[in-house]
Ligand binder design. Structure first.
Ligand code: 6PG
Length: 241
């Protein structure tokens, strides 16, 4: 797992944006399209804004890019907690991305039905072939969760590569999440993690005892793909030098 540590958040964002450009360029050259699963929470907002900015917007083949969501909250698409709304506001709308290139989770359905429907849309996109996203973007919670793979939840033991609904006591609600097997089928996975409040989780995931039940991000190890961490020095501060 490549670890890219930068002095400032701005440099982390540029490092990941350059990685995003490289993955998109490579995918379109090889297969004519780029499939990316976006992450949620607060960290990626600045990344999405940077990708939509004049500095990057011309560097990505957006017309050949297809957007999915690695996880989603069980809220309407208009809710401030929605990962879709975050991406739409910061990236998709500013770039005028065509709606048929964006696969949002239908959170109007009950969680299990929403997950099943999303799994079907993934399978249809990959036309029955193995669902191999070109890039899966991930964050890291201070409890070492990633996507919505939270500690001590049933979805951690999933062996199928799909979207699943899981009740997460920690957030007192349902989440919809890619399973680890689905993430690990990706050609590339990139973690965006910055801030001192993440340092302990980063150490536990990258340098701690093997304990995926407690540190679910340890489940992420793409079988044939590339995994890269984009960190600022504050988030990397507890890693062994
Ligand atoms: C979500 C994310 C989640 C996020 C981490 C970090 O839906 O919340 O997918 O996995 O990446 O919780 O969140 P922050 O970026 O807000 O610290």
């Amino acid at each position: 797992m490549a670890q890219h540590v930068f002095a400032s958040v701005e440099e982390v964002l540029h490092g990941l944006a350059d990685f995003f450009v490289a993955q998109a360029t490579r995918a379109v050259a090889a297969r004519g399209r780029f499939s990316v699963a976006l992450s949620g929470g607060s960290s990626p907002k600045k990344l999405y804004e940077l990708l939509a900015s004049p500095a990057y917007r011309q560097r990505v083949p957006w017309a050949q890019t297809y957007f999915f969501f690695g996880d989603e909250r069980n809220v309407p698409a208009t809710d401030a907690q929605s990962n879709y709304l975050l991406a739409k506001t910061a990236l998709l709308a500013p770039l005028n991305i065509a709606t048929d290139h964006v696969f949002a989770v239908n959170t109007l359905l009950p969680p299990s039905a929403a997950a099943a429907a999303y799994t079907q849309s993934i399978r249809a996109f990959f036309e029955g072939e193995e669902a191999q996203f070109d890039l899966v973007l991930l964050g890291l919670g201070d409890n070492a969760h990633t996507a919505s793979l939270f500690p001590r939840t049933a979805v951690l033991s999933a062996i199928t590569a799909d979207m699943q609904a899981v009740f997460v006591p920690e957030v007192d609600g349902y989440r919809l999440t890619f399973t680890a097997p689905l993430i690990n089928q990706a050609r590339a996975v990139a973690f965006l993690v910055f801030g001192a409040d993440k340092a302990a989780a980063v150490r536990r995931v990258l340098a701690g005892e093997r304990n995926p039940e407690e540190y679910p991000a340890q489940l992420i190890a793409p079988a044939a793909g590339e995994a890269a961490w984009f960190l600022d020095e504050a988030a990397a501060a507890e890693l062994p030098r």
